[in-house]
Design a protein around this ligand. Structure first.
Ligand code: ISE
Length: 340
């Protein structure tokens, strides 16, 4: 079977990383196009994509007939205008999280996908919630399902970034960062998030002036399992994502820093990840390989646009909770049959 020709849209931090990943580690696919308005970013990415063409608009690449599938890695607010032409072309899409920043926009995407799906006969969008492809999250989910430690009661989650760029806003604490816990808590518990509450701790003065964090987010699931998330984007020392699961008969912990521990000169320790690019490298590889394989079968193999919508709806409640400090209910529309 010929290589899947992928257009990577957006060659920023994540897009550039995916270009290298597809070229060097993914079987059965190659980057045929880079869509990026910034010339220097595009050139830097093209250096890792032999034979790829450069366009500034996805529509032009689609018209040139050199694209079988699209990987969208622009910032979230630019997903919608890229999703529409890709859906109209009826080709498979891997869209980085969040699907869209608002539930209203996600609903527009669901409609467009159902229209395109009626023609091609299957779903077209997979959303890049890569934690679902991380070996430890999968192991934890298996433990929850097996029930050998008893019923799951609660989750204590820590999501810590060393620092964030100036463009990162307060609402992105929820929409760009906690969105991962919003999705993965549902993945782990198989239960929708029904309400969200946000508390502010003592502000970190090392945080950019416009941010008020760390925050502590309570995600209430329909099952009764409560997830408590420390969201902290100014920890300075590195990147950490950890979860402790509290069961009736035990505790499970995932996300401890992997690698060698060195004892020397009266000290011991290891090396902490600097960013999500290394912490979740294997999960990203796994996600993209499975997506490539699935597209060749006319399927997706991971979170759908419906999962993306559920996360956007929960994020909208989360952003309200962030500004009001109240417990905010999450409101969802009924699931269309297409997503059953
Ligand atoms: C970033 O966009 C990501 O998706 C990372 O996984 C997350 O840890 C970070 O907080 C976000 O800004």
């Amino acid at each position: 079977m010929p290589d899947l020709k992928i257009a990577v849209v957006g060659a920023g931090l994540m897009g550039a990383d995916h270009v290298i990943r597809i070229t060097e580690r993914i079987a059965g696919a190659r980057v045929s196009v880079i869509v990026e308005p910034d010339e220097s970013r595009a050139q830097a990415a093209l250096a890792h994509a032999p034979g790829a063409m450069h366009f500034t608009k996805l529509e032009d690449a689609l018209a040139a007939g050199v694209v079988d599938a699209v990987l969208i890695a622009t910032p979230g607010q630019f997903h919608e205008p890229v999703l529409f032409p890709a859906l109209a072309a009826g080709i498979p899409i891997l869209c980085e999280k969040p699907l869209t920043p608002t539930p209203e926009a996600s609903l527009r995407i669901l409609e467009a996908e159902q229209a395109a799906g009626a023609v091609v006969g299957h779903k077209l969008i997979q959303v890049g919630f890569m934690r679902r492809f991380d070996a430890e999250y999968i192991e934890l989910r298996d433990l929850i399902v097996a029930g050998t430690a008893g019923e799951l009661l609660a989750l204590n989650c820590a999501h810590r970034n060393g620092m964030v760029p100036d463009s990162y806003t307060n609402s992105m604490l929820i929409e760009d960062s906690v969105v991962h816990e919003i999705d993965v808590v549902r993945f782990l518990t198989d239960s929708p998030i029904v309400a969200i509450e946000v508390k502010h701790g003592k502000r970190n003065t090392l945080s950019p002036d416009h941010l008020n964090e760390p925050i502590f987010v309570l995600l209430y699931t329909e099952s009764g399992v409560l997830a408590n998330v420390e969201m902290n984007v100014s920890v300075q020392f590195g990147y950490q994502v950890k979860t402790e699961a509290v069961f009736q008969k035990g505790i499970a912990e995932i996300g401890r820093t992997a690698g060698m521990t060195l004892w020397q000169d009266g000290r011991y320790g290891g090396v902490e990840n600097a960013s999500f690019k290394t912490r979740f490298a294997a999960a990203y590889d796994n996600q993209i390989q499975r997506w490539v394989n699935a597209t060749k079968r006319g399927e997706i193999d991971g979170p759908s646009a419906w999962d993306g919508y559920l996360a956007s709806a929960a994020c909208a409640a989360g952003v309200t909770a962030l500004t009001t400090s109240e417990l905010v209910d999450v409101v969802y529309v009924e699931r269309p049959a297409f997503y059953n």
